[in-house]
Ligand binder design. Structure first.
Ligand code: ATP
Ligand code: MG
Length: 140
């Protein structure tokens, strides 16, 4: 297992899954980490039913799959993707993803640090961003 520290969340990574919890070192990152976990959770329950019926297939291939997420925003369990490989097609793959994401609130956050490969397919693994209350209003 390894650990990645994002600006809002701490990510524990096992071979097949990652576990995202809010980063609790600062109040603002804790609150925004909860926000972002809840935003990602939307996709877990977006078509209504996966939460009630966990065996339902994941229907958004552009996003790393969420296996479970709690209603308090304390934990998201997500598929692990490969964020280290950058094949020759990377820029083209990224452009295509950015184009797909245009209509969503996380569009401006689709960049090199928030994407990874599932096999040969580039997917977004951080789609919690949504703007919202500015950090300075949350306080430190
Ligand atoms: N599904 C995943 N598979 C593999 N690595 C991941 C996955 N999700 C996140 N990571 C790694 O953990 C890092 C932090 O995760 P994430 O971007 O979700 O947190 P964050 O706090 O929202 O980050 P930031 O605000 O810094 O972008 C990512 O940059 C990535 O390297
Ligand atoms: Mg990120």
């Amino acid at each position: 297992m390894d650990i990645c520290v994002g600006s809002r969340r701490i990510v524990f990574r096992t071979e097949r899954r990652v576990f995202k919890i809010p980063r609790f070192t600062r109040w603002v990152s804790f609150i925004r980490g909860i926000n972002e976990n809840l935003e990602e959770r939307y996709w877990f329950s977006a078509d209504g039913s996966r939460r009630r019926n966990p065996s339902q297939k994941w229907t958004v291939p552009q996003l790393a799959e969420i296996y479970w997420a709690d209603r308090f925003g304390l934990l998201v369990v997500m598929e692990r993707v490969d964020v280290a490989i950058r094949p020759a097609s990377f820029q083209e793959d990224l452009r295509r993803l950015q184009d797909w994401a245009k209509e969503f609130s996380f569009a401006q956050d689709v960049n090199e640090s928030n994407v990874g490969y599932r096999g040969t397919e580039l997917v977004i693994c951080d789609y919690g961003f949504f703007g919202g209350t500015r950090d300075c209003y949350i306080g430190t």
